[in-house]
Design a protein around this ligand. Structure first.
Ligand SMILES: *Cc1c(COP(=O)(O)O)cnc(C)c1O
Length: 223
């Protein structure tokens, strides 16, 4: 099942787009199945769950952290995480920098933007991002690297609205690239699109899509 789902989805994704298989709440055996089918890039939302899965599974997996991150939990993921998609404040970025320094590594991060209509979703707006990127604190952070942007569209069947929100994120990316990251090739990622809206996200410029339920089936939260 998982193998077939992966193959079906991969057939719809162009080569320049990376599929992040979102395995939150799913057992190790499901991830192993995707791994055995050749998949290596996975996304998780909860730091301790991610740490435990990293310990249990093959070490050539690239783990992306995509959930809301609390500063006191950064320590669980910093030693091995490939990309943190969800930087939504200057404080969080500073804390990631500090933890990465302890581990003598550079942590790759995306800035998360609030593009949806729902107030409950996390993320910066352009003005907040500008303040962050222009601050002296940011300029002194040597253990993080900003690689692009991330956003979640409104949960709705309204494709016009979803497309508008993805266009908005792409415009934010272009603005930041021009104003702060010109000539910096690492600033290239646009993480947008989930099971229900990823085809639209790819049309609007996504380089990373985060797909969970279309690969692993619906999630059951029992906590
Ligand atoms: C859970 C989650 C996904 C995957 O959602 P699906 O609808 O199951 O594909 C993608 N991105 C984020 C940030 C998530 O929390």
């Amino acid at each position: 099942m998982i193998k077939e789902n992966l193959e079906r989805i991969k057939a719809t994704i162009p080569e320049h787009v990376t599929l992040v298989a979102v395995s939150k709440t799913k057992p190790i055996s499901d991830i192993q199945e995707a791994y055995d089918a050749g998949h290596r890039t996975f996304g998780e939302n909860y730091p301790q769950e991610l740490r435990d899965k990293h310990e249990a599974l093959p070490k050539d997996i690239q783990w992306h952290f995509i959930g809301h991150l609390q500063t006191n939990k950064i320590k669980y993921i910093i030693p091995f995480v490939t990309l943190i998609h969800s930087i939504d404040s200057a404080n969080l970025l500073e804390a990631v920098n500090k933890e990465a320094k302890k581990h003598e590594r550079v942590a790759d991060c995306l800035l998360q933007f609030h593009i949806a209509q729902e107030e409950t979703k996390f993320g910066l707006d352009l003005e907040e991002a500008r303040q962050l990127l222009e601050s002296d604190t940011f300029k002194n952070m040597e253990n993080i690297r900003i690689c692009g942007v991330m956003g979640m569209a409104t949960f709705t069947d309204d494709e016009v609205e979803v497309r508008k929100e993805f266009k908005h994120l792409k415009a934010i990316f272009d603005t930041l690239k021009q104003d702060y990251f010109a000539g910096q090739p690492q600033f290239k990622e646009i993480s947008m699109g989930m099971s229900e809206d990823y085809p639209i996200a790819i049309e609007e410029g996504a380089t990373l899509v985060r797909i969970g339920s279309k690969i692993f089936g619906p999630r059951h939260y029992n906590v």
